[in-house]
Design a protein around this ligand. Structure first.
Ligand SMILES: C[S@@+](CC[C@H](N)C(=O)[O-])C[C@H]1O[C@@H](n2cnc3c(N)ncnc32)[C@H](O)[C@@H]1O
Length: 426
């Protein structure tokens, strides 16, 4: 069995070189498979996720303990991984240090003493180091400086909680397929399987102790989907009526498309630009035994895929920074740069502009992001309303257990940090 710390260090190294986590895992796992090396993927993933959340702290600790820059990047990443483990009470310190020393020998035999010395030094001065790191915001909250400052400015009262929630494990939230089962019946199934849970709406519930997706009762049978509660409310906010013609304009992987089809008897078109992701929509619809018209095409000025018939409702769930879902995509907080927000907001404005002519007069368009930053949310909305005088924003009403400031959902234990805005065409 290959040392999980070493594999995790290789993934982290790729991430620090600018590759996202999914691609980094794929590259490392595929390389092991091609060499027939036996690895524990779930253990490596858990280790990497934890270390990436902890990265601001482990960088600070390394800066305190090591005078010169560590030349070997894999060794540096190995130290990040081991420091994360040592900071947690659930691991055995002695085993962690020994495993890290063994892993270091495989990278560069001469570095094993160095790794041993740093980790033991950390254990000796752990309390002092943690007291010190709490005085420095990047180390304390473990985000980039610009990100922390921006959250502070935009959320005067909630900034600390938002940053902290972003470092926690996300809830495992399920949406039941109303066409197949009701929430009471499904809750009974969970009880019979010994799975503690909390019902949060008439279609949503949170499982207390997360488990593998294929092990969730009824998943393979299409009785449920995994979907954040903040995302589940999109269907109600869109104000859908029976027999309406609905466009999900940025649809993959199809979470919201499926939710709409489960919700009411409507005619749904799901549009997606990315061919590989189109397959995900089709797979999800098939698993849930639902029907929609799935189109591989681009929402743009020309809209060549469109047959000219206007839609009653449009869901526009645009690509964004994903700053509202960092606890699920832990790499985001290190990969995103402040400049990216400008690029996203320009693209989001263009997508809105491309979707607007497809909407009937009197029809409604729901704009959605999973971002907490106003550049991609309120700013895009205000610019659009200024340029399109036939766009009228309608006030949205949220369920009581959704924490929000106006249309910005505040990431909480129950849900992620999405933004919604509903426009009606005059
Ligand atoms: C935020 S995701 C949508 C998530 C989806 N609504 C769900 O709930 O499962 C945005 C999607 O829009 C797609 N996309 C980006 N630009 C597009 C365009 N111009 N036309 C159609 N789809 C686009 C992306 O490939 C991506 O799959």
């Amino acid at each position: 069995m290959q040392n999980s710390q070493l594999m995790s260090a290789k993934v982290l190294e790729k991430l620090l070189n600018g590759s996202n986590l999914d691609k980094s895992f794929d590259a490392v796992f595929n390389s092991s498979k091609s060499k027939s090396i036996d690895i524990q993927e779930s253990q490596i993933k858990a280790l990497t996720y934890g270390s990436v959340r902890f990265l601001g702290k482990s960088r600070f600790i390394i800066d305190q303990l090591v005078k010169n820059k560590i030349e070997n990047r894999t060794v540096e990443c190995l130290i990040h991984i081991a420091l994360y483990q040592l900071s947690q009470e659930k691991f055995n310190n002695f085993t962690i240090v020994n495993q890290a020393v063994d892993a270091a020998k495989k990278i560069d035999f001469r570095k094993s003493k160095f790794v041993n010395a740093i980790l033991r030094n950390y254990l000796r001065s752990k309390d002092d180091l943690h007291a010190l790191l709490n005085q420095e915001q990047v180390a304390k909250f473990s985000y980039q400086n610009w990100w922390i400052n921006k959250v502070k400015i935009e959320f005067k009262n909630d900034w600390e909680e938002i940053l902290e929630i972003g470092n926690q494990h996300p809830p495992l939230t399920l949406r039941i397929n109303k066409r197949k089962i009701n929430i009471e019946k499904y809750s009974e199934t969970l009880i019979n399987n010994g799975l503690e849970h909390q019902i949060i709406s008439n279609t949503g519930l949170i499982i207390k102790n997360p488990l593998n997706i294929n092990d969730i009762p009824g998943f393979l049978e299409g009785n449920i989907s995994v979907q954040d509660f903040g995302a589940q409310i999109a269907t109600e906010l869109l104000d859908i009526k029976r027999d309406q013609k609905i466009l999900d304009a940025c649809a993959a992987p199809g979470g919201k498309t499926c939710n709409i089809v489960e919700y009411a008897n409507v005619d749904v078109t799901a549009l997606e630009i990315d061919e590989i992701r189109v397959k995900k929509i089709v797979d999800n619809l098939r698993r849930l035994e639902l029907n929609a018209n799935v189109i591989h095409g681009e929402l743009c000025n020309d809209n060549l895929w469109w047959d000219g018939e206007h839609f009653d409702r449009i869901l526009l769930d645009v690509p964004c920074s994903a700053s509202g879902i960092v606890r699920r995509h832990v790499d985001i907080k290190w990969l995103r740069q402040m400049n990216d927000l400008k690029k996203f907001s320009e693209m989001q404005y263009l997508l809105l502009k491309s979707a607007w002519p497809l909407l009937k007069c009197g029809g409604k368009l729901l704009y959605v992001t999973c971002s907490i930053f106003s550049n991609e949310n309120r700013d895009v909305m205000e610019r659009f309303k200024k340029d399109f005088i036939d766009a009228n924003e309608i006030e949205l009403i949220y369920p009581n257990n959704i924490k929000h400031i106006k249309n910005q959902l505040i990431p909480s234990e129950n849900h992620d940090g999405l933004f919604y805005a509903l426009l009606e065409k005059n």
